[in-house]
Design a protein around this ligand. Structure first.
Ligand code: GZL
Length: 342
């Protein structure tokens, strides 16, 4: 479980990079301006706790003390802003471009411009579609489909352990940003599980990975359906909003769906608020999505500078969290994933 406190202790004590243990400078030696490695980072936005922790990880890693000049751009969840930022990075002739693409489509033109400018592009977090596959050096992030499979398998095992007939599961999906890798993967896994286990998928609507939209969508669902007993939120912040909407209707969140509670499922688990919500049973299960990509991206850049070709795709290992002791592990393709209390 990654909390904000953990994030800062990891970054300042070891996993990130202590000053002096960096790409170019010796301990204690001032890094001359000209030898800083310039990194242009186009971030999705600041829509969620996960995103803010991810941004902090990148900023703490790519600091002048570590030998970097980071040019950071907040895309405010708009692809055009990110495309403009990448063009600015190209004009500034940065050494590396790091992109967290808000959605998968629409990158061919600008990534071709980066390639023609001979600037390596490293993707972080979300992915671009296959058409642009040859236009980036490598990608590091999460297996979003696996995250969804773990949470859905947890619900399947929960139903078995608590003798709940799958046909009594009436689930709504508060999706993330439409077309984002995290949304595509988590939604695909839910739909597959609905078909496999016989749950009733009542409705799906995007909450854009934000708390405000999550609350708005859940309020709408509660007005439309009187039999919802599970809500699948594609990130923690949507879950916080959904919980607000459920409690505003005088209903209760929790795993005891046989007695009228509405079960909340979510993804990320990166904030103290999410940890607390799991421990209190407000969120019944979270598929971890790890945000600490700064050191991972720096390792890629160091390898590139040392002539080492990085893997095209680097997946991050992630856990699954719940405080309910009905399910202690989930099995996916023969691999057992322990369910832990954060
Ligand atoms: C996942 C990331 C998603 C998070 C959300 O790697 O892209 O975007 O799950 C964030 O919290 O907004």
């Amino acid at each position: 479980m990654i909390t904000v406190l953990t994030v800062f202790s990891i970054i300042f004590t070891g996993c990130g990079n202590a000053p002096g243990n960096s790409a170019v400078n010796k301990p204690g030696e001032a890094v001359p301006e000209k030898s800083l490695i310039t990194v242009g980072f186009s971030q999705v936005g600041a829509e969620s706790d996960w995103r803010n922790i991810n941004t902090e990880s990148m900023k703490q890693t790519f600091s002048p003390e570590n030998g970097y000049d980071l040019i950071y751009d907040d895309g405010q969840q708009k692809q055009q802003n990110q495309i403009t930022a990448i063009r600015t990075f190209i004009q500034k002739e940065v050494d590396y471009i790091v992109l967290a693409p808000v959605i998968e489509d629409g990158w061919n033109t600008v990534l071709t411009e980066a390639r023609d400018a001979d600037i390596p592009v490293i993707l972080v977090d979300r992915m671009v579609n296959d058409e642009a596959r040859d236009l980036f050096t490598c990608w590091v992030g999460s297996d979003f489909e696996l995250e969804g499979r773990k949470v859905c398998e947890w619900l399947n095992e929960y139903c078995k352990a608590n003798h709940i007939n799958p046909s009594n599961i009436n689930i709504v999906n508060i999706k993330g940003t439409e077309g984002a890798s995290a949304e595509l993967g988590r939604t695909k896994s839910l739909r597959a599980a609905v078909n496999e286990y016989g749950w009733n998928l009542l409705d799906e609507r995007s909450g854009d990975f934000t708390q405000a939209k999550g609350r708005e969508v859940m309020s709408r669902f509660l007005r439309q359906y009187d039999n919802i007993n599970v809500v699948y939120c594609e990130n923690d912040n949507e879950a916080f909003g959904a919980i607000e909407a459920i409690e505003a209707e005088g209903k209760t969140v929790g795993s005891d769906i046989r007695h009228g509670e509405i079960m909340v499922l979510a993804f990320d688990g990166s904030s103290d608020q999410a940890v607390e919500a799991v421990r209190k049973g407000q969120i019944s299960c979270i598929g971890e999505c790890n945000p600490l990509h700064g050191p991972r991206v720096e390792k890629i850049i160091k390898n590139l500078r040392n002539g080492i070709t990085p893997d095209k795709y680097e997946y991050v290992d992630e856990d699954i969290f719940s405080a309910d002791d009905s399910v202690r592990n989930v099995k996916i393709d023969g691999e057992a994933y322990p369910v832990t209390v954060p």
